[in-house]
Design a protein around this ligand. Structure first.
Ligand SMILES: [Zn+2]
Ligand SMILES: [Zn+2]
Length: 357
């Protein structure tokens, strides 16, 4: 059987381990390893420190009450100290005998650059940073964005570029020219960031396929970019619109961030995947069906998308599968529910294809 490269290092290690354990008696240590689990979280949210209408405590409480497992409070050019808040959350969880809720430090590094009398906005989230990055200046969009990405790495974190179509600032060529960038938002719940593109400008998903088609691995992130927790409406940036679900062995900062860095997650606006595998040259999903009553349930349509954004296959089952074909560069899956929500897997590249910069 043809061999395929997994872009997901974590998964590759798991599969190698699984093969090895079949060859020999599993050592006691391996048996003791916790199972892989899915953890739901949002990596882009604002509090009243910079941008939001509520305190970090109120913001964290909203996500905890809505069954999230982790949260990054990413205020504009402000890295909050989350230690005290994490202790409060731990005490609350213990008292109420609830599952853990993890805060991961972060900042939305927010700057702009004027070129030929036109202003461009460059917002990059620093996830798991240890110091504030703050205000930066640059000569061009690409110069400022690369400077921000480098500064986030220097602050100990990893970057995801936010809402590229906000004030029509960031193009596919801009993203393609970046070094040390693997993550960007393919969905953002803020009502004013032009997720769907328009006119000649591609949607964030079209942008993603453009970049993947050039043979570079980029991971797609969904966030809600929530600012408004007190007033609700279509024109408000309310929480709960977009998130990621990360596969990890435990809900600790180190393990969770490692999985995010490695792209072991899917993005969602509502669709839940019970399982997801990228092995033996196939992409396999297991969709959790929402079923209110016998006759009232959601249906799903999964598109497997490849080079140039081309739909390679449509599968309407709850266990959609795509087997790699000769000539495929990459494949990613997008699930659409009958009620309008989606899930997006990360791309799986063919052997020898899919490079990082
Ligand atoms: Zn922003
Ligand atoms: Zn934001």
């Amino acid at each position: 059987m043809q061999q395929f490269i997994l872009i997901n290092k974590t998964l590759a290690i798991v599969l190698i381990c699984a093969c090895l354990t079949q060859l020999a008696d599993p050592p006691a240590q391996a048996q003791a390893q916790p199972e892989l689990q899915w953890f739901k979280g949002n990596t882009h949210t604002h509090s009243h420190n910079r941008g939001g209408d509520s305190s970090p405590g109120e913001v964290a409480q909203w996500y905890r009450d809505h069954d999230y497992d982790f949260l990054v409070i990413s205020d504009h050019n402000y890295l909050a100290n989350i230690d005290v808040l994490q202790q409060e959350m731990d005490r609350l969880n213990q008292r109420e005998e609830r599952k853990g809720f993890l805060l991961v430090p972060g900042e939305e590094v927010s700057n702009s650059v004027t070129v030929a009398e036109r202003s461009y906005t460059i917002h990059v989230n620093g996830i798991d940073t240890t110091k504030t990055v703050g205000q930066l200046e640059g000569d061009s969009v690409q110069h400022l964005m690369q400077k921000t990405i480098d500064a986030v790495h220097d602050a100990g974190g990893f970057p995801h570029v936010n809402h590229p179509n906000f004030v029509w600032s960031i193009t596919a060529d801009d993203l393609y020219s970046m070094k040390r960038l693997r993550h960007f938002e393919i969905y953002n719940g803020h009502p004013k960031v032009n997720v769907n593109g328009g006119g000649e400008v591609p949607s964030l998903e079209e942008l993603w396929d453009d970049l993947l088609s050039r043979g570079r691995v980029y991971y797609g992130v969904a966030t809600d970019d929530a600012h408004d927790f007190k007033e609700w409406g279509r024109n408000r940036s309310n929480p709960g619109r977009g998130w990621i679900v990360v596969r990890a062995r435990e809900l600790s900062r180190k393990v969770l961030v490692e999985a995010m860095r490695a792209g072991d997650f899917y993005a969602s606006t509502g669709v839940v995947l019970e399982d997801l595998s990228m092995a033996d040259g196939a992409l396999r999903l297991n969709i959790k069906q929402v079923r209110a009553t016998d006759n009232n349930f959601e249906l799903y349509r999964t598109e497997f998308i490849g080079r140039g954004g081309q739909v390679l296959k449509i599968d309407t089952s709850l266990e959609p599968t795509y087997q790699f074909q000769t000539g495929d560069l990459y494949v990613r899956a997008k699930v659409a529910s009958s009620n309008g929500s989606h899930a997006w897997t990360q791309p799986l590249f063919a052997p020898g294809q899919g490079r990082f910069e």
